[in-house]
Design a protein around this ligand. Structure first.
Ligand code: SAM
Length: 242
């Protein structure tokens, strides 16, 4: 019997992550056994995943103990075998072998994303581990890290919520990667016709223009030029469509 959701509708950002996981469930070979809602805070995404039974078990992880205690009482109505709760640093997680794992890291800064991923990949010994990343900032640094780690890209997109844009990267690490797809330093998901993408690009360019005037100017200038290249490409694409 369907149960009423413990949470309201997801915002566009978390909904886009949910949609990917729901689509993965449709293909048995892509379905995840374990999904880890790391840095879960309110746990909205994880709760929706448990309610929709998109994996065998979802584990909520947050480093703040009272968040996990609050979630534990909120989740009393859900079947206990479908979820777990961990109060601790996501960098300390250990993963069972022989299972398909998906680790969600959303709503935290890029340096937290790379620190947690770095720690996990250092100790992970299994075959199959995917990450669904939606950093709150510092996405260029995250992409540089993924390239360095030779992580393989499965999908990437831009999602807008309340006038703000976020990049989402679905990537794969581990031994069993069919056909490695290199992550790009700025992404290949730009749509020249999409005004949200253009607005986002303008914001990034303005950010690095300001950063180029401060400390670490050389790096900021280098990044600025890469993003300007996309913008020029977009303008060229739009002109050629006139
Ligand atoms: C802004 S919330 C993100 C909530 C949700 N993931 C989202 O995208 O809406 C960030 C949460 O990350 C948690 N956090 C930050 N670093 C962490 C770490 N290393 N391990 C576990 N939790 C962490 C914080 O305690 C906080 O609750």
């Amino acid at each position: 019997m369907p149960i009423d959701s413990l949470v309201g509708s997801l915002g566009a950002r978390l909904q886009s992550l949910f949609d990917l996981i729901e689509a993965a469930k449709q293909q048995p070979s892509n379905r995840y056994d374990r999904i880890w809602d790391c840095c879960c805070d309110h746990g909205y995404l994880g709760i929706k995943i448990v309610e929709a039974e998109l994996c065998d078990k979802l584990i909520f992880v947050d480093q703040v103990p009272h968040i996990i205690q609050w979630l534990e009482s909120k989740l009393e109505m859900l079947p206990k075998e479908r979820f777990g709760l961990i109060a601790g640093d996501a960098a300390d997680l250990v993963f069972e072998q022989g299972q398909r794992h998906l680790i969600i890291l959303a709503g935290v800064g890029g340096s937290t994303v790379t620190t947690i991923m770095g720690a996990i990949l250092k100790t992970y010994v299994g075959d199959s581990i995917d990450f669904l990343l939606c950093p709150a900032n510092g996405v260029f640094g995250v992409r540089e890290y993924l390239i360095e780690e030779r992580v393989s890209l499965k999908d990437e997109w831009i999602v807008s919520e309340k006038g703000r844009q976020y990049e989402v990267l679905h990537v794969s690490a581990g031994m069993e990667i069919d056909g490695h797809v290199k992550v790009s330093s700025v992404g290949n998901m730009w749509d020249v016709n999409d005004q949200e993408h253009q607005a986002y690009l303008k914001k990034i360019i303005a950010h690095y223009q300001r950063a180029a005037l401060g400390g670490d100017a050389e790096r900021s200038k280098m990044i600025l030029e890469v993003y300007r290249g996309i913008y020029e490409h977009c303008e060229h694409g739009l002109r050629s469509m006139e």
